[in-house]
Ligand binder design. Structure first.
Ligand SMILES: N[C@@H](CCC(=O)N[C@@H](CS)C(=O)NCC(=O)O)C(=O)O
Length: 198
């Protein structure tokens, strides 16, 4: 049994939880709820960056950073892995992850009551909005049936995180194709079981 350090609200942790379900590997991993702001010793020992998710593995020790964890799990699932992680999927995953990092900066701005830095935070919001606009253009190429790719998983995770935390307002406005894609796939059991919550 492997251990995943994560917490329900984490969009990067959610990527891994959705992936585990889509790969049919959820019974190989137990989740240890991990509050990063408490800097627990076990987390800092596994990842000096103090970030989640981290996966404890039998053969490669502690793997931090969700794209690496995803790669590890897909490799472990073997050549017939249900979730596609080709270059297009990896590029899409990286784009959504970047938008999530910008969104998190906006969320932390509020949480830590930061004052000033308006220009910096405007840039973070711009990154999120430009990504959403790009996803709107790309959405017609996303698959609405069958197992989503790693990138498509992270499109849904991004959209639902933005809907939950609202760092940039309503992501759906002016983005009908992206909304249609998210509506078509977000009912999958893997997404339903991992809805963001505090
Ligand atoms: N690139 C990392 C980002 C991980 C990340 O930023 N996680 C957030 C939670 S969603 C975190 O641990 N934040 C606590 C901190 O930055 O101290 C990944 O993909 O795993």
């Amino acid at each position: 049994m492997m251990t995943l350090y994560s917490v329900r609200i984490s969009p990067f942790g959610r990527k891994i939880k959705v992936l585990l379900q889509e790969l049919g590997m959820e019974d190989q991993v137990e989740v240890q709820p991990t509050q990063t702001l408490e800097d627990p010793d076990f987390l800092l020992a596994a990842n000096p960056l103090g970030k989640i998710p981290v996966l404890q593995t039998p053969d490669h020790g502690d793997i931090a950073n969700s794209p690496l964890i995803a790669r590890y799990l897909i490799e472990r699932a073997g050549p017939g892995a249900a979730v596609k992680a080709d270059w297009e999927a990896l590029k899409l995953e990286a784009l959504c992850d970047g938008a999530l990092e910008a969104a998190l900066n906006l969320v932390y701005r509020k949480r830590f009551k930061m004052s000033g830095g308006d220009a910096y935070f405007q840039r973070q919001a711009d990154k999120v909005n430009r990504t959403l606009d790009r996803l709107e253009v790309m959405a017609s190429s996303f698959a609405t049936e069958g197992t989503p790719s790693l990138g498509e998983i992270q499109v849904v995770v991004l959209a639902e995180y933005l809907a939950f935390r609202e760092p940039v307002g309503d992501w759906r406005v002016g983005r009908p194709a992206l909304s249609g894609f998210v509506d078509a796939v977000s009912g999958r059991p893997s997404f339903q079981a991992t809805q963001p919550a505090d």
